[in-house]
Design a protein around this ligand. Structure first.
Ligand code: NAI
Length: 332
C-alpha cells in the first residue's frame, strides 16, 4: 500500500483535536487508502490527557491509523511533516490586554514556524486555527524565513463559510447543496465579511430570493458573532463544527473542489482585490491538485468594498502589533 503521510496537530490534547482526529483517520480527508502517522504536539500540563487521547486513537481500530508520537518537542512533532494543523494558541480571555495576548502568540508561532522550516518537508501544507488565526499565520510564515512557500500557509475561515452557507439555506428553506457562492472575506473575527452578493439559491441570485434587508443586516451580524454565541452557550468555543470545517478545508485543498468556490485565508502577492501581500486574508478560492487559486474578477460594489476594507484594516493593525513584538529566532 501507500507510504504513510505525517499529519501534525498542535494543541493535540484540546477539544477541537478530539473531534478532528477521527475525521483525519476515517479516510474522508486523505483517502481511504492513505495511511496517516500523527505528530501530536502539546505542552507539559496536557501530556497525561494526550496519553488518553492516543489510547482512544488505538481503540478506533481505523485501518488508516499508522501510529503516532505524542510530544512537547516541536522538532519531534514537525519532523518530516506533510500537513500541520495549528490548534494550540493563546486566545484572549476576559480582562486581558490585546497586546499581552498577541505577545503570547508571537512567541508560540515564532518558535513553531522556525521548527516547521527546520524539520518539516519543504512541501508541507499548514493550516492555522488557533486565534487570532490570520495573524498567527502571518507570524508563522515570517518565522519560516522563506523556507516554506507562502502559498502553503493558510488560516481557517471555512467554519465561517459553512455557518454563512447554512444560515442562507435555512432562511431560503432549501437544502445546503442548493446554495452556492457564499464567501468570507478578510479576518476570522467579528470584522469578517460574509458576502452573499455572488451567492445563488438553486441557481437564482440570493438577493432576489431572500429578504435583502435580512441579508444586509441580521445575516451578517449573526455570522460575525456566531463564535461568541457558541462560547456564551457552551462555555467552550465551537469544537465539533470547527473540526468538520478543518476537515473540509484540508480535503478541498488536497483533493480539489471541482470548480466549486470555497473560502480560505491565504497570502497572495498579486494585490488581489486590493489586499496586501503580507496579511492572511480570506478569499473565495477554487482548489486543484493541491493548489488554491483565487476567484478573480468578481464585481465588488460599494456595500462590499466598505466591509472588505474594514476587515483589511483590522488585519493590518493586528499585523503591525505582532511585528512590534516579533523577536527574530534562529533557524538551523
Ligand atoms: P483547547 O483549549 O481545548 O485546546 C488547546 C490545546 O492547545 C490545549 O491542549 C493546550 O494545552 C494546547 N496548547 C497551548 N499552548 C500550546 C503550545 N504552545 N504548543 C502546543 N500546544 C499548546 O482549545 P480548542 O477548543 O481546541 O481550540 C483551539 C484554538 O482554536 C483556540 O485558539 C480557539 O480560539 C481556536 N478556534 C478557531 C476557530 C476558527 O474558525 N479559526 C474556530 C474555533 C476555535
Amino acid at each position: 500500500g501507500k507510504a504513510p503521510i505525517k499529519v501534525v496537530l498542535t494543541g493535540a490534547a484540546g477539544q477541537i483535536a478530539y473531534s478532528l482526529l477521527p475525521k483525519l483517520l476515517d479516510g474522508s480527508v486523505f483517502g481511504a487508502d492513505q495511511p496517516v502517522f500523527l505528530g501530536l504536539l502539546d505542552i507539559q500540563p496536557s501530556m497525561t490527557m494526550l496519553g488518553g487521547v492516543i489510547m482512544e486513537l488505538e481503540d478506533l481500530a481505523y485501518p488508516c491509523y499508522a501510529g503516532s508520537v505524542g510530544t512537547t518537542d516541536p522538532a519531534v512533532a514537525f519532523k518530516d511533516a506533510d500537513v500541520c494543523v495549528f490548534l494550540g494558541a493563546f486566545p484572549r480571555k476576559e480582562g486581558m490586554e490585546r497586546k499581552d495576548v498577541m505577545g503570547m502568540n508571537v512567541k508560540i508561532f515564532n518558535e513553531q514556524g522556525a521548527a516547521v522550516a527546520a524539520h518539516a518537508k519543504p512541501t508541507v501544507k499548514c493550516l492555522v486555527v488557533g486565534n487570532p488565526a490570520n495573524t498567527n499565520a502571518a507570524i508563522l510564515l515570517s518565522a519560516m524565513g522563506g523556507k516554506i512557500p507562502a502559498k502553503n500557509v493558510t488560516a481557517l475561515t471555512r467554519l465561517d463559510h459553512n455557518r454563512a452557507t447554512s444560515q442562507l439555506a435555512m432562511k431560503a428553506g432549501v437544502a445546503m447543496t442548493d446554495v452556492a457562492g457564499v464567501f468570507i472575506w478578510g479576518n476570522h473575527s467579528s470584522t469578517q465579511y460574509p458576502d452573499v452578493r455572488h451567492a445563488t439559491v438553486k441557481g437564482t441570485p440570493a438577493l432576489s430570493v431572500v429578504d435583502a434587508a435580512w441579508l444586509e443586516g441580521e445575516f451578517i451580524t449573526k455570522v460575525q458573532k456566531r463564535g461568541a454565541a457558541i462560547i456564551e452557550a457552551r462555555k467552550l468555543s465551537s469544537a465539533m463544527s470547527a473540526a468538520v470545517a478543518i476537515a473540509d478545508h484540508l480535503r478541498d485543498w488536497i483533493k480539489g473542489t471541482n470548480g466549486r468556490a470555497v473560502s480560505m485565508a491565504i497570502f497572495q502577492s498579486e494585490g488581489a482585490y486590493g489586499v496586501d501581500s503580507d496579511i492572511c486574508y480570506s478569499f473565495p478560492v477554487t482548489c486543484d491538485q493541491g493548489e488554491w487559486t483565487i476567484v478573480m474578477g468578481l464585481p465588488i460594489d460599494a456595500f462590499s468594498k466598505t466591509r472588505m476594507d474594514a476587515t483589511h484594516k483590522e488585519l493590518k493593525e493586528e499585523r503591525a502589533l505582532a511585528e512590534e513584538l516579533i523577536k527574530p529566532v534562529a533557524i538551523n
